[in-house]
Design a protein around this ligand. Structure first.
Ligand SMILES: [Fe+2]
Length: 123
């Protein structure tokens, strides 16, 4: 393996490992929010965790170390973006969301969509 190949593989492998790990975490978070779907979401989380482990082992078998620190920093950047984006827009629709929740939510209430987020999609 050439040094260039090792470097490229390390970068790609790092992104995949981080992505699979984040998918695992996100499925576990969803399982907490959607108790009716808990078992299926936890099954999917476990699958993503296996993917992360398998990719980690691929790198080890090739003697290539994944360097995940920079990938984690990149991921944190767009997570921060999402938080800022929602933080900027949510106050304008918070009362409408609260009213919707107090009324039992949009599900089954006959509403096609919930309140609009300024500059974004509807709930
Ligand atoms: Fe996966």
């Amino acid at each position: 393996m050439s040094p260039a190949y090792r470097e490229a593989y390390s970068r790609i492998n790092s992104m995949v490992i981080v992505g699979e790990g984040l998918a695992d975490l996100n499925f576990r978070r969803l399982a907490l929010l959607l108790p009716a779907e808990r078992n299926e979401l936890l099954r999917l989380a476990a699958m993503e965790a296996r993917h992360a482990r398998d990719f980690l082992l691929c790198g080890r078998n090739l003697g290539i170390r994944a360097v995940t620190a920079s990938v984690l920093q990149d991921e944190a950047e767009h997570l921060d973006f999402g938080e800022r984006w929602l933080g900027d827009r949510f106050p304008a629709c918070a009362a409408a969301v609260d009213a919707c929740c107090q009324a039992g939510g949009a599900r089954g209430s006959g509403h096609a969509a919930g309140p609009a987020i300024p500059g974004g999609n509807r709930f």
